[in-house]
Design a protein around this ligand. Sequence first.
Ligand SMILES: Nc1nc2c(ncn2[C@@H]2O[C@H](COP(=O)(O)OP(=O)(O)OP(=O)(O)O)[C@@H](O)[C@H]2O)c(=O)[nH]1
Length: 295
Amino acid sequence: MVFRSGFACFVGRPNAGKSTLTNALVGSKIVITSAKPQTTRHAVRGIVTRADAQLILVDTPGLHRPRTLLGERLNDIVRTTLAEVDVIGFCVPADEKVGPGDRFIAAELAALRAPVVAIVTKTDSASRKQVAEQLIAVSRLGEFADIVPVSAVAGEQVGVLADVLVGHLPEGPLLYPEDVQTDNDTETRIAELIREAALEGVRDELPHSIAVTIDEIRLRENNPGITEVFATIHLERSSQKGIVIGHKGSRLKAIGTTARAGIGELLDTRVHLDLHVAVEADWQRDPKKLDRLGF
Ligand SMILES: Nc1nc2c(ncn2[C@@H]2O[C@H](COP(=O)(O)OP(=O)(O)OP(=O)(O)O)[C@@H](O)[C@H]2O)c(=O)[nH]1
């Protein structure tokens, strides 16, 4: 039997369903998903290990036209990632019209050497007729190695998509131990859990204004059964402080409760979470600050 191994990544405009699809393929929650666009900041890998193949998924932030410096950096990450993978999955949601964002991405992909599989996502949220029309519209966007409709939420065609992606991998050995599902470091995952909790129910353009850094993770001195996590939520403007902290700290408390549950599950231990809020004026446009915040 031939064993294949290699790297794949999903691209598509914000909210196209890339993270959810990665989770569905890997089978556990490793990538932060959110109804808000552009929540994925780090290239998180999900690993699918089967009898015949190992598929390493690199989840990338939304490829979009740069607006701020942060936008440009995200696109740099995307381009570097795209140059290194064996196959690219181009996600277009079934329930939204093909638009300029999709055409922009299709044009970027046409210049790459890796085969591109077009994926029509969220087929559960569209009628059969809409899905059929979307398959045709997407096929007109470029030259694709395959085109696959899929619903990550309903679990439809997820296995078919895995087979198609694996089919584009080169022959190769197991690259990661069988039981590993992600190699994204714990600290990054904890920061993402806090960021996800902080974004919940927050209005407007706030997603771009929040970054989270981990100051320290340690076992409690007199009780190693408890892990203490110290983290800072960075905001762009002091006016945003009220939104995040809430009346008498009520929202910050809720963020802590939600994030703590997620971190406890991740680390499989009891967690004490200490959250600090800091305002860094215009961190999105300042290269020094971006570096310090890990972008
Ligand atoms: N109905 C339905 N909704 C989906 C499906 N996949 C994703 N969604 C929803 O679409 C929204 C965006 O999904 P994500 O997976 O976060 O999208 P993304 O492309 O990773 O988004 P960014 O990280 O912002 O680029 C979420 O609200 C998901 O619940 C699907 O198969 N069916």
